[in-house]
Design a protein around this ligand. Sequence first.
Ligand SMILES: Nc1ncnc2c1ncn2[C@@H]1O[C@H](COP(=O)(O)OP(=O)(O)OP(=O)(O)O)[C@@H](O)[C@H]1O
Ligand SMILES: [Mg+2]
Length: 340
Amino acid sequence: MAESPAVSARALVKDFGPNRALDGLELRAEKGQVLGVLGPNGAGKTTAVRILTTLLRPDSGHATVAGHDVRSEPHAVRRSIGLSGQYSAVDQNLTGYENLHMVSRLYGMSRSRAAARARELLDDFKLGEAADRPAKGYSGGMRRRLDLAGALVAEPPVVILDEPTTGLDPRGRMDTWQVISELVRDGTTVLLTTQYLEEADALADDIAVIDHGRVIARGTSGELKSLVGGERLGMVADTAHELPRVAEVLEEVGTGSVRVDERALRARVAVEAGSRALTEAVRRLDALGLEAHDIELSRPTLDDVFLTLTGETAAADEEEQRDGESARPPSEVRSAERDG
Ligand SMILES: Nc1ncnc2c1ncn2[C@@H]1O[C@H](COP(=O)(O)OP(=O)(O)OP(=O)(O)O)[C@@H](O)[C@H]1O
Ligand SMILES: [Mg+2]
C-alpha cells in the first residue's frame, strides 16, 4: 500500500449558517511536497486551514495530517504541524527574540536550546537587527515574518501557511519564498494558501484552485499554465471609439478571446510568443493609424485562471457573486487519484 499522504482532505463540508464555506473540498499533499491552495477571497482557504489544524470541526468529510485524523487525534495532529495563520499569533509587547524564545520554551526546549533556535530563526527571516525591539514597532511585513518563524520553531513535518505573503512587500515576499523553498529541501511538507498564481507557481509542486469551497482545477503549475495560457498582452486605447479596433488587433495576434474593459478602455489577450506578439500588435496598430498606450506583457493572474476555468473573474472582483448557486463543473487538469 502506498504511504499515506502528509495532508488529506476528503469531501469536507462546512456551513456557517446558510453560508456553505466548504462544499466537498478534496486536497492531497504527499510527503515533502508543497501543495498550493489557490483561491480568491471567501473561497474557503482559511476554513480549510482551520479544519486541518483542528481549530474547527467539519460538518462532514474526513481529514488527516501526518496520518492522524483531525477529529479523533487532534493532539497528534497539533504535534505534527506548524501553523502560520492569516491573523498573527505574535505577542506585540514582546520583542522578536522573546516571542520566538517563548514559543521554543512552549515546545519544551531547554533555555539555551530555545535561545539558539530563536536567534537562528531571526537570522533566517532577516529579523536579526530588530530582534530586541518590541514587535509592536515592527512593520506588517516584519510581524508576518516573525509569525512564520514561530510556526517553524519545532521543525514540524507539516507546515500549514495561510496566505504567508499577503501584505508583504516584494522583498519580504522573496525572503519568505526562500524560507519555504528551504523547508521543502529539508523534507517538510508545506500546504500554503495564496491568492497569487505567481506564488503558487513559484513554490508549489501541485496546485488546487478552489472557489466556493470546492476544487475547480488541480494540477502542477505547468499543467495549470498550459491550460490558462502564457503571458497576457494588454493595452489601453486612446478613445472609446478606437477600443473595438484595438481589441480586433489583439484578437489577431493573441491565442484566445480578448477581454475588454470598456471603462478603462483596456483590452487584454493571451499570447504565445510574448514579445513577438507585442511587436506585431504595435506594427498592425501603426498600419491602421491607431495608437495605444500602457502596452504591457504580464503573467497570468488568478483572475485569468478563473476566467479560463469558469468564464468569470474571481469572486473577489464581483459584487457578491457568491450568493448565487454556482454549478461549475470541476475541471480536472489531471485526473485526481480519488481512490488512492
Ligand atoms: N466564522 C464564520 N462565520 C460565518 N461565516 C464564515 C466564518 N468563517 C468564514 N465564513 C464564510 O465562509 C466563506 C469562506 O471563508 P474563508 O475565510 O475560509 O475564505 P478565504 O478563502 O480564507 O478568504 P480570504 O482570502 O478572504 O482569507 C466566506 O463566505 C466567509 O464569509
Ligand atoms: Mg482566509
